[in-house]
Write a protein that binds this ligand. Structure first.
Ligand code: SF4
Length: 358
């Protein structure tokens, strides 16, 4: 590909692209820059293919670094690496790289600094929202040089499951565009998962603009009143409204979607919950395309101290009974519990600790 597509507006690449065009630079200069970034260059000055004068000009105009994240700390556990980044404005966010035994790797990115939706089980929600991350800040988590040195290759897949509600941030759509465009991220949309607690208008947009992206909708309770306690967004956009969007989506594209169910002891693990969840899954437009992903609540992760983790056996039993009732269901693999590896926990917990009166 000799000439790269014009990058989407709202990214530093779009600004650089426009600047080079205005300055009369030949198109291959821009391509050289993008290729160097993909090889791990972080600063304009690292791009030796560009003339010194052009590197200086770009640095003077856009700042020395192309990627807007500085690495703060890294925590590692078998198969998992968790990185705390800081943006130029001082916002902190977490990214988690998981390497699976089957030989592939996945990076879980944050989309917001904090989150304003206040789910009762989530440490990030207890922080409140600082701001949406920019498309550059989201994409930089995927292509950061850290992964190139720590793993043999760039991540095979990307999950928008870190800090923040992805679909509450419109910049996520710009990031998706950049990550899936040939010559830039070049990722198959099928290797991208977007997780949401149910931001219905943006969910509908996602199914329209990126129909091949994998979707995970958080259910957590089949009962609206209880779900509203766990996921307050239920009061604005109900689970029923979100499921109706997914019903249309699976009929149109025949792609599997996931229903996430965080199992919390004594809260949503009763027989009544199980039966209602079975009913909810089996009454979908194409039930065979709805897959329930059961996640064990982690005591360490929550904002609500009354929430407790169920036993591992209880989780397995819940999954077995869903299957016995004809629902496609699995238990989600959770790597790195010892380092709070569910996205958002490390930073959120440290901030919550700092806020508590001593
Ligand atoms: S679960 Fe997601 S949407 Fe809910 S508070 Fe946490 S980050 Fe926000």
């Amino acid at each position: 590909m000799n000439v790269l597509p014009t990058p989407p507006p709202g990214t530093i690449l779009a600004d650089v692209h426009a600047h080079l065009a205005r300055a009369g630079a030949p198109p291959y200069r821009y391509r050289q820059l993008v290729l160097a970034l993909q090889r791990g260059a972080q600063r304009f000055d690292d791009v030796g293919e560009l003339p010194r004068s052009l590197r200086d000009e770009l640095s003077a105009r856009f700042g020395p670094t192309v990627l807007p994240l500085e690495l703060v700390t890294v925590r590692s556990a078998p198969q998992v690496e968790k990185v705390l980044f800081e943006t130029r404005s001082g916002a902190r966010l977490e990214t988690v790289l998981s390497r699976y035994r089957a030989g592939w790797s996945s990076v879980c990115v944050s989309t917001q600094a904090g989150c304003g939706l206040g789910c009762s089980f989530c440490a990030t929600g207890a922080l409140g929202l600082s701001r949406n991350l920019s498309a550059d800040e989201i994409c930089a988590q995927v292509v950061h040089r850290r992964w190139q040195s720590a793993a043999a290759a760039a991540p095979d897949s990307v999950a928008f499951m870190g800090m923040g509600e992805a679909l509450a941030n419109p910049n996520v759509f710009t990031a998706l565009q950049l990550l899936t465009t040939a010559g830039y991220g070049g990722l198959s949309p099928r290797r991208i998962t977007v997780s949401t607690v149910g931001f219905a208008p943006s969910l509908e947009r996602l199914t329209r603009e990126h129909p091949q992206v994998t979707i995970t909708l958080s259910v957590h309770s089949p009962f609206p009143a209880q779900r509203a306690e766990l996921v307050p967004l239920e009061r604005r956009f109900s689970l029923a409204e979100n499921l109706a969007i997914l019903d249309c989506h699976v009929v149109a594209v025949r792609r599997k979607v996931y229903l996430a169910y965080l199992l919390i002891a004594g809260v949503n693990d009763s027989d009544d919950h199980l039966q209602a969840l079975v009913q909810l899954a089996r009454s979908r437009a194409r039930p065979e395309l709805f897959h329930v992903s059961v996640i064990r609540y982690n005591d360490a992760s929550g904002a609500d101290p009354s929430h407790r983790a169920p036993s591992s056996e209880r989780v397995d039993d819940f999954v077995s009974r869903l299957r016995a009732a004809g629902v496609r269901a699995t238990r989600r693999q959770q790597l790195g519990a010892s380092i709070d590896a569910a996205c958002g926990q490390l930073h959120a917990r440290s901030l919550l600790r700092d806020r508590r009166p001593s």
